[in-house]
Structure formats: structure tokens, C-alpha cells
Design a protein around this ligand. Structure first.
Ligand SMILES: Cc1cc2nc3c(=O)[nH]c(=O)nc-3n(C[C@H](O)[C@H](O)[C@H](O)COP(=O)(O)O)c2cc1C
Length: 276
């Protein structure tokens, strides 16, 4: 699909209200209405092959070197109760210098978007389910990691291979300077151990829900973001999310096209600064 270009500033916050608000236009036109045909509302009329194709909601970079992540049991269960985790969840903007362990990263990934269950298909096969809810169980998000300071793994840009619970090395080398520019020169890039870059693959959800599916992708990514927050809080890690990144530069870095797949959310994760 080709990209529609809007001039810089045309969509940003403005003093004068623009004559047409693209968000209002979109929202109005992606509403469900009782007058719509029932197939458009229920969206349930799929052939088995289509359901199978939809159930494969993940990317794998099969030619990239793979690093198997430690099993989730490699960290002892967290003693914090759910009540304590929710009550203490905060955006922490003060990162320590200590490296993150690979087990901690593994746990955050598993708790954020890993496979936690399955449902049976009528043909006896299974559809994997994840730690985050997802419209239609279609899982449109992908997680890329700019790794700077994690034990037992070299710096680089990695992709989270969900079904294998593994990291795939996309680009070796310290990603700090590139990510610093991509993330609008936010200092946290230089302090956090890992920068999570979360993308949305729109077609995974839109082929079932049409234009309304765009809403679901953003909602799904929000659920995933909250899981990152809660997981980090339970592990006593520092975490902060941001939408402050240059979209096209982030997409270029990840080699995604910015149309069918685009970066939507960023999270900085690391140890807390214990020196204070
Ligand atoms: C979509 C989104 C974007 C955010 N962007 C930033 C950001 O660019 N810089 C920042 O310091 N915090 C950012 N935050 C964190 C919020 O400022 C923070 O969640 C809010 O102040 C409430 O604080 P708490 O998370 O500690 O409860 C963002 C949070 C969300 C959900």
C-alpha cells in the first residue's frame, strides 16, 4: 500500500481548529451501527484456512542468529502480591548502571506478550494465547529490542520470537546512538538497559475487522504496554514508556515499511538507580 503524505504541522497540535479533524473523521467512520449488516458486526464467517492463517500472529526471522531465552522458572516467583504491584506501579525515570539479567528480560517478555495458554481448534490443532488480551486473538504487535546492557547477550537490535521464546539478532552493535536520535534525544536511551520498540502489523487485525481494526491494534499495544509496566514493577525494575520517537526513523531502523507495519510505542527498561 502506498503512503499518503500529510505536510509537517498539518496534523500536530494547532492554534486554530482544522476544518476537518482526521481523528474525528476516522472515529466516526469506524463506528459499529445497528443498521450495518450482521456479517459486518459479527465478522464470524471465515473458512478454516483463513482462521488458521489468522492464528499465526507473529513474525520470525528464521535466518537470524537465535538466542534462546531462559525459561520463566529461572527466576524465583515474585513475592509481591498483585495488589502491591498495582499500587506501586509508576513510571520510573531514574535508571541504574547495573546490567539487567537475561532472566529478567526473559520474564518481562513472557509476562508482556509471551504464550501462556492455548485454545483447541475443531480439527484438533491449537491456537496459542498470550499474556495480553487481543481483539480476535490476532496479536498484531511485534516487539523489537535495542539491547545495550544485558548480561550474556551482546548489544544489538533484536526481535522477540514469540513461539520459540527466543531473541533474533537483526543488527549487531551498540544501538545507543541510533536510538538516541530515533527517540528525540531522550536521555533515557543512554541510561536504560533495553529499549523496547513495539510495532503494529495492521493487516493481522484489519483483515478481520476492517478499518475498525486500527482501533484494536492501538488498544492491543496499550495492553502490552501495561503488562511491561506491571512485570517490571513486580521485578523491581525501572520502566517508562513514550510516544516520543520519530516514526519514520524508528521504522527505518527496524526495516519495517511504516504502512503495513509501523512503530507505535517505546518503553525504556533497566535496573533502578539504587545509589539514591
Ligand atoms: C502513551 C504514553 C506516552 C508517554 N510518554 C511519555 C514521555 O514521552 N515522557 C515521559 O516522561 N513520560 C511519558 N509517559 C508516562 C506518563 O507521563 C505517566 O504514565 C504519567 O505521568 C502517570 O505517571 P505514572 O506512570 O508514574 O503513574 C507516557 C505514558 C503513556 C501511556
Amino acid at each position: 500500500m502506498s503512503k499518503i503524505i500529510i505536510q509537517p504541522g498539518q496534523l500536530g497540535p494547532k492554534k486554530e481548529k482544522p476544518s476537518v479533524s482526521i481523528s474525528e473523521l476516522y472515529h466516526e467512520n469506524s463506528k459499529l451501527q445497528p443498521s450495518l449488516p450482521i456479517e459486518m458486526i459479527a465478522q464470524g464467517n471465515y473458512k478454516e484456512a483463513e482462521i488458521l492463517a489468522m492464528a499465526r500472529g507473529y513474525k520470525q526471522y528464521r535466518l537470524s542468529p537465535q538466542i534462546k531465552l531462559p525459561e520463566k522458572e529461572s527466576l524465583s516467583p515474585n513475592p509481591k502480591t498483585f495488589d502491591e504491584v498495582v499500587a506501586s506501579r509508576r513510571s520510573v525515570r531514574d535508571f541504574g548502571e547495573e546490567e539487567l539479567s537475561l532472566s529478567e528480560l526473559s520474564k518481562v517478555l513472557h509476562q508482556s506478550y509471551g504464550v501462556t495458554g492455548e485454545i483447541k481448534r475443531p480439527d484438533g490443532g491449537t491456537i496459542p494465547l498470550r499474556s495480553a488480551p487481543s481483539g480476535g486473538a490476532l496479536y498484531p504487535a511485534e516487539i523489537y529490542l535495542g539491547i545495550r546492557n544485558v548480561s550474556d547477550i551482546k548489544p544489538g537490535i533484536y526481535h522477540y520470537n514469540v513461539p520459540d521464546h527466543a531473541l533474533e539478532l537483526l543488527f549487531p552493535g551498540d544501538p545507543t546512538e541510533k536510538l538516541y536520535e530515533v527517540c528525540c534525544q531522550q536521555q533515557y536511551v543512554k541510561e536504560a538497559s533495553v529499549v523496547f520498540l513495539i510495532s503494529g502489523v495492521f493487516q493481522r487485525t484489519k483483515r478481520k475487522y476492517g478499518e475498525r481494526g486500527y482501533r484494536y491494534v492501538l488498544l492491543d499495544v496499550g495492553h502490552l504496554g501495561q503488562n511491561i509496566y506491571l512485570s517490571c514493577t513486580s521485578l523491581n525494575l525501572a520502566v517508562m514508556t513514550t510516544c516520543g520517537f520519530f516514526d519514520d526513523e524508528a521504522n527505518k531502523l527496524l526495516r519495517v515499511d511504516g504502512v503495513d507495519e509501523t512503530t507505535l510505542y517505546v518503553a525504556f527498561v533497566g535496573k533502578k538507580n539504587s545509589s539514591k
